[in-house]
Design a protein around this ligand. Structure first.
Ligand code: SF4
Ligand code: MSK
Length: 633
C-alpha cells in the first residue's frame, strides 16, 4: 500500500500505465538504502572522508580525524536542525522584506491588513502602540530584522512567546539564542572538522538553534497574519476531486504566502479573461504549506500534499503548477513536461531545470502574478478537447483555527475568561490532553496511515488534536476536519466539549474533530495556545498534558520543529526513526536524558497504535503530576 488516499492510489496507477516515474519508484530504485546513513554514522564534513563508523564494532570506530560515532551522529543531527532553522527563518525574512518594501511604497501589493494583530504583536514586543499602523509596523520590522543578527541579549521573538520559567531554564542551560543567523553560523562552525566534539555540548547547541527556529517560525506566522490577515474559521474542500475540468486549474505549491496571496487576489480579478477563453473561471488549488496558507486565509481548496505532489499533473487538467520554495520536488519538471503543464518557479533562489522561471520580485508582484495566470490561460486553451482524469474524491474541510479563532470560539462559552472552558475540560478529564499532529508525509510510510491511525486512537480516548502542515492535509483529505467526524470518531468527553463550544459559537453543531492551525511555521500557533494555558495555570509547559507527534516526518525543518517542541518541554513522538541509532549515547540523551534538563523528550515508535498508546501514557504522566484524574489506555 502506497497511500491511504484513494485518489492518490488512482493516479499512482495512471503513472504506472503511462510509464511516468514517481517518488515511490525512486524509493524502490534506491533500495537498499545506506545502513550507515540510516544510523547517522557517516561523515563527509572534510575531504579526508567520507568516513563511516562500524555499528557492530567489527570495523573502524573513529573517522580519520578521530571523531567517534557519538560526535558524528550529534553533528549530523544538529546540522539538520540548523538547516531547518535556516529555512523557516528565511521564510520569515522574506515576509519582513516584502512588508518593508510595501511600507516604503516600493511594493504596493504588500501592507498592513490586520491592524489588530499588528498592535497585539507591538504590545508583546513592548512598543508604543499609540502610533499609526504603518509607523508601528516599521518599528515592528526594525525589531524583526534585528532578530537575524547577534543581539545583546536573548531574542525577544523567543523570550516573549515562552513562559517565564522556560526562559529561565533555557538561560541556565545557555540555550537562549541571541540572534537567528548568528546561531545558524555558530552551529555550522561548531560542526566543522575539529571544533565541537562533545555530543552533549553539540546537542545543547542544537537545542539553542531550535529555539531560534521557533522564533523564526513565530515571526513568519506573525508577519503573514499582519500582511494577509489572521485566519478565521472557513469552510472549503480537499482532495483531487476539487479540480474542475471546465476551469483554469492553477496549483500553488511551496510554503510562503508572499507570492501565493497576491496570486489569489489577481486570479480573482482575472475571472473575466478566463471566461473569454471559454473557461468557467479560475480554480486555485493548494499543495503542501503554500496550500495551507491560502486555505486558512481564503478557503482555497487543497488538492494533495507532500509525497503525492507529482500526481495532480497526471490528471491532465492542471493548467499551471506555481511553486515558491521548500518541499518542492525537482521531479515535478519531468512530470509536468510529460503532461504538457507549465511548471512555474517564482523564486530566484529556487529554480528547477526544465521549469519556466518567472522570478517574482515584490516590487512587481501583481504584474508577475498576472503573467503567471496568463500562462495558465494559454495552457487551458491548449488542453481543451484532451481527455482528463480527475479522481472524484473530495471531502469537506472546516479550517482556519488560529489561536485568535480558538479563543473567540471559547469566548462564546465564557466571555470573561475564554481559556477557562478548555482548562476546566482538561482538569475534569473530558479532555485528556492536547496533541499537535504535525509534519510531512514520508514515502517510507504508506501515506497518511500513521496520521490517521494515531488520531483515531487518541480522539476515541478524548484527546483534543491540533494539526498543521501536511498532517493537517492528511486529515483534510480524509474528512477528519469536519464536525461530522466528531460523531464518528470522538470519545464522549471530547464530543461533549467540541459540541458545547461549537454550539455556543453559533456553528449549529460541534467544532471539527481536529483543529487545522495552518502551515508548518504555524506550529507557533500551537505553542501560543500551550503557553497561554501554562501561564494561566501558573506552571510551565513541561507540566501540561500536551504532546506533539510527527508520525511521517521527512524534512530537516521537521527535525528543527521537533527539537523546539522538546526545548519547550513537550514529549515529541517521531513515527520515522531519525538517523541517530548509531550512537547509543545520543539516542539515550534524546529519549531520556534530555527529559531531566528540559522536561521534553523524544518518543520514537513506528507502529501507529503503539505510538498512540505511548503518547497517551505521556499525557497521563503529566496528568498524574498535576494530580488530575488519570485513565488507563
Ligand atoms: Fe572523516 Fe573527521 Fe573529516 Fe568527518 S570530519 S569526514 S570524520 S575526517
Ligand atoms: S510542507 S515541511 S512536507 S509538512 Fe510544510 Fe509538508 Fe513537511 Fe513540507
Amino acid at each position: 500500500m502506497k497511500s491511504k488516499d484513494p485518489a492518490v492510489n488512482r493516479l499512482i496507477n495512471v503513472a504506472l500505465d503511462r510509464g511516468v516515474e514517481t517518488v515511490w519508484d525512486r524509493l524502490a530504485a534506491q533500495q537498499p538504502q545506506c545502513g550507515f546513513g540510516e544510523l547517522g554514522v557517516c561523515c563527509r564534513n572534510c575531504a579526508q572522508g567520507p568516513c563511516r563508523i562500524s555499528p557492530f564494532g567489527d570495523g573502524p570506530q573513529r573517522g580519520v580525524c578521530g571523531a567517534d560515532a557519538h560526535t558524528i551522529v550529534a553533528r549530523n543531527l544538529v546540522r539538520a536542525i540548523t538547516a531547518g532553522c535556516a529555512a523557516h527563518s528565511g521564510h520569515a525574512k522574506h515576509l519582513a522584506h516584502a512588508l518593508h518594501k510595501g511600507l516604503s511604497g516600493k511594493a504596493p501589493a504588500y501592507g498592513v491588513k490586520d491592524e489588530v494583530k499588528l498592535r497585539a504583536l507591538a504590545a508583546r514586543l513592548g512598543l508604543d502602540a499609540e502610533k499609526t499602523a504603518d509607523a508601528l509596523a516599521r518599528d515592528v520590522l526594525g525589531i524583526a530584522l534585528a532578530q537575524f543578527a547577534e543581539g545583546e541579549g536573548p531574542m525577544p521573538w523567543a523570550t516573549t512567546v515562552m513562559t517565564e520559567g522556560r526562559t529561565q531554564r533555557l538561560a541556565e542551560l545557555g540555550a537562549l539564542p541571541t540572534g537567528i543567523e548568528n546561531t545558524i553560523a555558530e552551529m555550522m562552525h561548531r560542526t566543522h572538522l575539529g571544533v565541537d566534539a562533545d555530543p552533549v555540548n553539540l546537542l545543547l547547541g542544537g537545542i539553542t538553534c531550535s529555539v531560534a527556529d521557533m522564533a523564526g517560525s513565530h515571526m513568519a506566522t506573525d508577519l503573514a497574519d499582519i500582511m494577509f490577515g489572521t485566519p478565521e474559521p472557513v469552510v472549503t474542500e480537499a482532495n483531487l476531486g476539487v479540480m474542475n475540468e471546465n476551469m483554469v486549474n492553477i496549483a500553488l505549491h511551496g510554503h510562503n504566502p508572499v507570492v501565493s496571496d497576491v496570486l489569489v487576489q489577481v486570479a480573482r480579478e482575472m475571472e473575466d479573461q478566463a471566461k473569454e477563453v471559454g473557461a468557467e473561471g479560475i480554480n486555485l488549488l493548494g499543495v503542501c504549506c503554500t496550500g495551507n496558507e491560502v486555505l486558512m486565509r481564503h478557503g482555497i481548496p487543497s488538492i494533495t500534499h507532500s509525497i503525492s505532489q507529482e500526481l495532480p499533473l497526471l490528471t491532465g487538467a492542471l493548467d499551471a503548477m506555481v511553486v515558491d520554495y521548500q518541499c518542492v520536488y525537482p521531479s515535478l519538471a519531468g512530470v509536468a513536461q510529460c503532461c504538457g503543464t507549465p511548471l512555474i518557479t517564482t523564486m530566484d533562489m529556487a529554480k528547477i531545470p526544465g521549469a519556466t522561471h518567472i522570478g517574482v520580485r515584490e516590487e512587481e508582484a501583481r504584474e508577475k502574478a498576472r503573467e503567471i495566470v496568463n500562462l495558465a490561460l494559454e495552457a487551458y486553451q491548449r488542453r481543451l478537447g484532451r481527455p482528463v482524469n480527475i479522481p472524484q474524491y473530495k471531502e469537506k474541510v472546516v479550517a482556519g483555527f488560529s489561536v485568535e479563532a480558538v479563543v473567540q470560539a471559547l469566548a462564546a462559552v465564557n466571555a470573561d475568561d475564554p481559556l477557562k472552558p478548555l482548562i476546566d475540560s482538561i482538569v475534569s478529564g473530558s479532555i485528556q490532553g492536547v496533541v499537535l499532529m504535525a509534519g510531512c508525509n514520508n514515502v517510507k510510510v504508506p501515506q497518511d496511515h500513521n496520521f490517521l491511525t494515531i488520531a483515531r486512537e487518541l480522539v476515541a480516548r478524548d484527546v483534543l488534536i491540533l494539526a498543521t502542515g501536511c498532517g493537517a492535509g492528511a486529515y483534510a483529505r480524509h474528512g477528519m476536519l469536519t464536525p461530522e467526524a466528531v460523531g464518528e470518531f470522538a470519545g464522549p468527553g471530547l464530543k461533549a466539549v467540541l459540541t458545547a463550544v461549537g454550539e455556543a459559537a453559533g456553528l449549529g453543531g460541534p467544532l471539527p474533530l481536529i483543529l487545522h492551525m495552518g502551515s508548518c511555521v504555524d506550529n507557533s500557533r500551537a505553542v501560543d495556545l500551550a503557553v497561554a494555558v501554562a501561564n494561566k495555570l501558573g506552571v510551565d509547559v513541561d507540566k501540561l498534558p500536551v504532546a506533539a507527534s510527527a508520525p511521517e516526518f521527512k524534512t530537516e525543518k521537521a527535525v528543527a520543529i521537533g527539537a523546539y517542541a522538546v526545548a519547550l518541554g513537550m514529549p515529541v513522538h517521531l513515527g520515522v526513526v531519525p538517523p541517530v541509532l548509531g550512537s547509543a549515547q545520543v539516542t539515550s540523551l534524546l529519549t531520556a536524558g534530555i527529559k531531566n534538563l528540559l522536561g521534553g523528550y523524544f518518543i520514537v515508535e513506528t507502529d501507529p497504535v503503539e505510538s498512540a498508546r505511548l503518547i497517551f501514557e505521556a499525557l497521563q504522566e503529566r496528568r498524574q503530576g498535576l494530580e488530575l484524574p488519570t485513565r488507563a489506555w
